[in-house]
Design a binder for this molecule. Structure first.
Ligand code: SF4
Length: 374
């Protein structure tokens, strides 16, 4: 493939503007990771970088600085982020991918946009090769295959719904600016994958914690809203079974032991867990759906496709678009799904968790106060 002018003319600037391209990764491929992770001062500077970009909501890069050092700061920050609470991952990936796509959007060299899109697996055709209408050729620049468009288009924006798009010969017509937006989505996924993979590497995480463990904890407290940080502390200390009400634990037990719970029991469990993950733990709804689907894997008649659809339906992602609450205690009692005969002192199983978190939160608050006063 012919290299675009933006890459040939200024390689350093290219890799700094697009730090997740093959070219940028190659630039630091000779550096030994362990040496980087053993450098405490460097890790501390990465922590400052993370805190600054999360506070400002954007990245500002000084292109006159050392190229390798900037790239290493970005990649090492990804490793550090993997040691922090998952809710910080998305914000971080979002800021980095927006930095990448805003550079791409302002690229005068259109070949550069196409070159990078293709690096991220987005095949691009000139619009003239797909449609012959002069008018469409004026409004659109390029066309991407339908399946790729569906993979990377922003999901919650009506503008990107297929009914609002021009589709011709299996391709969706787009402007260069819109192509940059698709690339942003692909970059964000790559960053989240990098964080996810790093989070599974216990050796790397141990080295990071050994070097800057205390600073990491402080940063997490700073970055998460206070209430969420407290909930994180609680959920790290106690198991979910200890937080959940008896009715939910009973259904969970049935599911885990390969049972065949009733339709209402499954609905109660799925709606309860979705609300717990999304509204209390603030986990993105798509991720919460996957967690719930995984829990149902052990039921006797598990069908992944069907389960995912039903869970997405309860989460309001498909069908009626309504995010369901779990049934109230009265209803669960009448269905024979309440083992305590309504003795928990709440009206809904979700209220049980909230009540528990509040009482545990008060003791965490007391601990924090004692620590501050010490
Ligand atoms: S009272 Fe409500 S929360 Fe408690 S076990 Fe019964 S249904 Fe569940």
């Amino acid at each position: 493939m012919v290299l675009p002018r933006c890459l040939v003319d200024d390689y350093d600037r290219f890799v700094l503007k697009y730090p997740f391209t093959r070219e940028a990764k190659q630039r630091v491929s000779d550096i030994v990771l362990e040496d980087v992770l053993r450098d405490r001062d460097f890790l501390t500077s990465c922590l400052n970088f993370i805190e600054e970009i999360l506070r400002k909501g954007k990245i500002e890069i000084d292109y006159s600085q050392d190229v390798e050092k900037i790239l290493l700061t970005i990649y090492t920050s990804i490793l550090i982020i993997s040691c922090l609470d998952k809710r910080i991952w998305n914000r971080f990936a979002d800021i980095l991918s927006k930095y990448f796509s805003s550079n791409l959007e302002s690229e005068v060299d259109r070949e550069c946009i196409v070159y990078i899109a293709e690096e991220f697996g987005i095949n691009v055709k000139n619009v003239r090769k797909v449609v012959h209408s002069d008018k469409l050729q004026i409004f659109f620049d390029i066309a991407v295959p339908l399946h790729i468009y569906l993979r990377y288009c922003p999901k919650n924006d009506p503008n990107w719904k297929l009914v609002n798009r021009y589709v011709a010969r299996g391709h969706v017509l787009l402007t260069y600016r819109e192509l940059a937006r698709l690339v942003e989505e692909a970059v964000e996924r790559q960053i989240l994958n990098m964080i996810e993979n790093a989070s599974k590497n216990e050796i790397v995480k141990d080295i990071i914690r050994e070097q800057i463990g205390e600073e990491l904890k402080k940063l997490e407290v700073k970055l998460l809203p206070k209430a969420l940080a407290r909930i994180s502390k609680i959920t790290r200390k106690v198991s979910e079974d200890q937080l959940f009400p008896p009715c939910i634990n009973l259904i969970l037990e049935d599911v885990r032991s390969g049972g065949n719970p009733s339709h209402m029991a499954r609905f109660t469990l799925a709606s309860f867990l979705l609300n717990y993950y999304v509204k209390i733990l603030k986990i993105p709804v798509e991720e919460a759906v996957e967690k719930v689907v995984d829990i149902f894997r052990t039921v006797a008649d598990f069908d992944e496709r069907k389960t995912r659809y039903q869970v997405q339906h309860i989460a309001g992602l498909v069908g009626g678009r309504k995010f369901y609450l779990p049934p109230n205690c009265d209803e669960l009692r009448s269905l024979g799904l309440c083992p305590t005969e309504g003795k928990c002192g709440v009206k809904n199983p979700l209220a049980y968790v909230i009540k528990k978190l509040k009482s545990m939160g008060r003791s965490v608050k007391r601990e924090e106060k004692a620590l501050n006063e010490a």
